[in-house]
Design a protein around this ligand. Sequence first.
Ligand code: PLP
Length: 407
Amino acid sequence: MPAYDLAAIRAQFPILSREVHGKPLVYLDNAATSQNPTAVLDASRRYYEEINANIHRGTHHLSQSATAAHEEARITVARHLNSPTPDEIIFTSGTTDSINLVASILGLAGHFAPGDEILISHLEHHSNIVPWQMLCERSGAKLKVIPVLNDGTLDLEAFHALLSERTNLLAISHVSNAFGTVNPVKEMIVSAKAQGALTLIDGAQSIPHQTIDVQDLDADFYAFSGHKVYAPTGIGVLYGRYKILDALPPWRGGGEMIKKVSFEGTTYNSLPFKYEAGTPNIEGAIALAAALNWINDLGLDAIHDHEAALIQQAAAALSTLDGIQLYGPSDRAASLSFNLEGIHHYDLGTLLDQMGIAVRTGHHCCQPLMDRFGITGTIRASFAAYNTAEEVSQLAAAVEKAASMLR
Ligand code: PLP
């Protein structure tokens, strides 16, 4: 395949050739869920056609094949994140599940005393807010919030002022799903660690767009969802530093997470199985590995450059429209949020849908951020490896047309 052959890339996504309301689909809702290439769809189908069986402890051939494929998927994820060992890769159902897992086991371990602080930011998705609020309610810890500046970036001066020896955890998104802001997480982790805090990165929006090296980031936890990175829904990952996870208590009880069960007492399995109670999403893990192989074959740098060009083009085209308000910094990653004066985001989104263009409208699970900007929501166009410059032009023309119909 020649360098970044868009036609060849698009041909691998069957859904992209469908029509919506009689118009060719222009799919710009990738920050919510990305589409699956045939390599991923084939991996899912092959699993069910050839090796579907429950994993671990099976003596029969299918079970052993499924176990091998599932554990091979774990190795693929570990390699992708540059995790020192696959034992640090816990399969979950997604970012939300991963963050709740961390919040639960830290809570169970009594990691937070009354007055201890959990530091998050005003940019966070609800799934990186609510689990910590719930933990604060249970433990007496306090939630502290790094403010956001008018350009949609974090107030780093305030971040440094908020950090103290009471900060027990920094939990922050790598990339904002609402505004596309890329947070300087590596530097923030250094500062948080200097205060002895644990660090968790919500990687839901960074995993599809850039190389992630958990050793280089030096994060204690990194969470992501498969469906944001060309894999199916219902599979996700928690990377957790071995020493930390190993010392933390188990969470959900059941099969697989045990070493020995008796009515007198149960002993628990080692990592990663200690945190994987019950039958996992076997096919999802295998499909996720196929998706990671797919992006690596294409090259994350190439994907990043392609998406950066699209988002620049989109920002430039939309900024010429009357009454447009773009949110977030100009170096935003892959998600572009905007509003048009006097027009409700929902109405605009509905008209765009009629023209075959899928965008997301609303608060993007970031209500505190919307409140901060005095809005109820935005229209968000978000880009993936398969989007084209022509689609960006179609978006800009459709927004202009929709605005003239609504004004
Ligand atoms: N964090 C961020 C930044 C997100 O964008 C999302 C999903 O949109 C999530 C967390 C939650 O992901 P999931 O719903 O897959 O658990």
